[in-house]
Design a protein. Sequence first.
Length: 234
Amino acid sequence: PVPFSVPNPPTSLSSSTATFRMLRHISGRTQRVHKSSGGRRCKALLLKISPDLTDEQLQDIVDIVLDPQYGVSGVIVSNTTISRPDSLISDNKTAKGGLSGAPLKDKSTAMIRKVYIMTEGAVPIIGVGGISTAADAYEKIRAGASLVQLYTALVYQGPGMVRRMKRELVKLVHADGFKNVQMAVGADVKGVENRTLNRIHDDFVKLIISQQLVEPLELPPQQQEKREEEEEED
């Protein structure tokens, strides 16, 4: 995938004009590569947005995402935040730069819900920000995320957290009566149908998985048992 990040405002790139221009260029390049390779080389163009965007700025971004000419495959919500919640206790809390981890969790989830509503559930969302447990991931899924991404928690818990989280996530999904994660996407957003439950969404997820960025949530029973045995031995 080709990630395109809209940095935290205030920046010139947060303006719709700059985003329009750069997306046209990137989309044109990826489409030419796709065409010249006979369709074999396909890249998903993912737009990563800031949680600090105003509603007006966000609407500009959503308009871009929904316009086919820009070829945006999905939205990553969200980037780090430049805000500083009162809960911070570190001596570095006033330092400049993007803040990630737990303080970002609720803000990114709120942004996911907002994007899901504004796109009417038609665009795959990758939920990012403050995810350290399966419950955190599930909260973002129910807010509208089709996939989730981890970064800060991996530093503290290591790569083994991915397998643990996936096992726990399966239990959460089934406990709510859903057969799979896709059915839980946007469950907390009333009045918006999850329109990513179609072939376009499936192809998007398969494309991400094929590029080895994520693994399928559930393995065949025999493989799952073998993996759990290996983890117990470790």
